[in-house]
Design a protein around this ligand. Structure first.
Ligand code: SF4
Ligand code: SF4
Length: 208
């Protein structure tokens, strides 16, 4: 889907090296160590942004995410809507002449954002809370228990009564399980979470 990228609020004038967050230049090295993505090869052809299906909702477009990363604009990236609005569809990767997977970069940026807790707008905060609640559910039982996860999410966002009728209808039709199911390999899941927090070999910083 072609998207007009000239209307983004992130104009080139705003991308100034060293402004605001120059001390976070190491974020790029950290993301590189976590993802292995060759984002330094990006030459700003914008094919990723032209194909991104949710570019209309992004305050920093996909090709600009790369540029912000290269220029060390870490705090701007970590507080952006874009890293939370990315659906992980990988259209950008399929279009990129350098094979750069921007969704992988966004996943790493999410980890950093959850650790550093930058000020987010309401919508991005809701997505971040949902993301964390989802991960907590996986960490606890190895799979998602939708009812427990949604109740936890509603409590965290203090929005308990929204979608109650929909939830009750799903319960009646057996679409939501009341009792959580656990997988056998929970130890392996815990190990994966544990390993994701280790300092990568040669990496500039440990995972938060
Ligand atoms: S398609 Fe690839 S090379 Fe082109 S701007 Fe996007 S990330 Fe950079
Ligand atoms: S993976 Fe994310 S950034 Fe890439 S095209 Fe899909 S939504 Fe856009």
């Amino acid at each position: 889907m072609a998207t007009a990228i000239t209307s983004s609020p992130a104009t080139p004038e705003k991308i100034t090296p060293g402004v605001g967050s120059g001390s976070l230049l190491s974020l790029a090295s950290w993301v590189e160590a976590q993802t292995g993505q060759p984002f330094w090869r990006c030459y700003q052809c914008r094919k990723c942004s032209g194909g991104c299906p949710v570019a209309f909702s992004m305050d920093i477009l996909p090709h600009q995410i790369i540029r912000y990363l290269q220029l060390g604009l870490g705090s701007e990236l970590l507080s952006s809507q874009s890293i939370w609005n990315c659906t992980g569809c990988q259209t950008c990767k399929s279009r990129c002449p350098n094979g750069i997977d921007i969704s992988a970069l966004n996943d790493a940026l999410k980890v950093r954002a959850l650790a550093q807790k930058p000020a987010l707008d309401g919508q991005s905060q809701a997505v971040a809370t949902f993301h964390q609640t989802f991960l907590d559910s996986i960490r606890g039982s190895g799979r998602v228990n939708e009812l427990f996860m949604l109740l936890t999410y509603k409590l965290k966002t203090r929005n308990l009564w929204q979608d109650v009728s929909l939830g009750l209808a799903m319960l009646r039709r057996g679409k939501l399980r009341i009792w959580p199911q656990r997988i056998r390999g929970r130890g392996e899941i815990k190990e994966l979470f544990k390993r994701s927090r280790l300092k990568p070999p040669g990496g500039p910083a440990a995972l938060p």
